[in-house]
Design a protein around this ligand. Structure first.
Ligand code: HEM
Length: 208
């Protein structure tokens, strides 16, 4: 892949933040700017999580191994946007009111599940470097990084539970996540199933 492509993708990932900045500068964040920023950063967190999860299936289905070089970037951008999302909540929405935040996290179930999704992303962001892959070993690192599915699932449930009536958008995210999870399950279960059914003692011995 050409050398300039990665910086271009990096800049494109900053697009949603630039758009928010531009809208804030031109006083175009709608009647409720905090809500606008919360929704936009929440949406982009989920989008980047799903894009990061789509890299492996895309790489395998299209036979384009270079795509793997973008997975970490997308995962880290999901973390970047969830930090902005979380900061919007604790700073602009709650003004660092710890009591109110604790009450929210413990009593409003959509916040509890969103917070769980956020916590799950922290060890993944910390261990995203090659140094940590070496320290943990490939197998353990991979097992830990499967938590990204749990975080995305928590994100979808968080969204589903917060919408009052129209479940259209959370449903779209749920379908995409379901397909990505389904792909993983097929890839994982398929060869094991084939191995079990085709082991020599189960093969039919042709009669002469
Ligand atoms: C993996 C973690 C998370 C994901 C993927 C996520 C995603 C989302 C999404 C997609 C939305 C709705 C956006 C829209 O309406 O278009 C949203 C809204 C929201 N999120 Fe999160 N979120 C996460 C974590 C959190 C955390 C940790 C908090 C706060 C503790 C939080 C607080 C909120 C609030 C207050 C709203 C707006 C609710 C409303 O409209 O009444 N989220 N989030």
């Amino acid at each position: 892949m050409v050398r300039w492509f990665k910086p271009v993708v990096f800049l494109a990932c900053l697009g949603p933040l630039a758009r928010l900045g531009w809208r804030a500068y031109s006083h175009n964040l709608g009647a409720n700017p905090i809500e606008f920023i919360t929704h936009s950063t929440g949406d982009w967190t989920l989008i980047f999580l799903l894009v990061a999860l789509a890299i492996t299936p895309l790489r395998k289905l299209t036979g384009q191994p270079w795509l793997i070089r973008y997975r970490r970037m997308f995962g880290l951008f999901a973390f970047f946007y969830v930090i902005l999302h979380f900061m919007t909540y604790i700073w602009l929405d709650k003004f660092f009111d710890l009591h109110e935040m604790l009450a929210d996290v413990t009593k409003r179930k959509f916040i509890t599940v969103g917070f769980t999704g956020f916590l799950l992303l922290i060890p993944l962001a910390i261990t995203s470097t090659s140094g940590w892959i070496r320290r943990l070993g490939g197998k353990r690192w991979q097992a830990l990084h499967r938590l990204i599915y749990c975080s995305a699932l928590a994100g979808v449930i968080h969204y589903w539970w917060l919408v009052k009536a129209d479940i259209h958008k959370p449903l779209e995210y749920a379908v995409v996540l379901g397909l990505l999870l389904g792909y993983r399950i097929v890839v994982w279960v398929g060869p094991r199933f084939a191995h079990k059914t085709l082991t020599p003692n189960r093969l039919e011995v042709p009669s002469h």
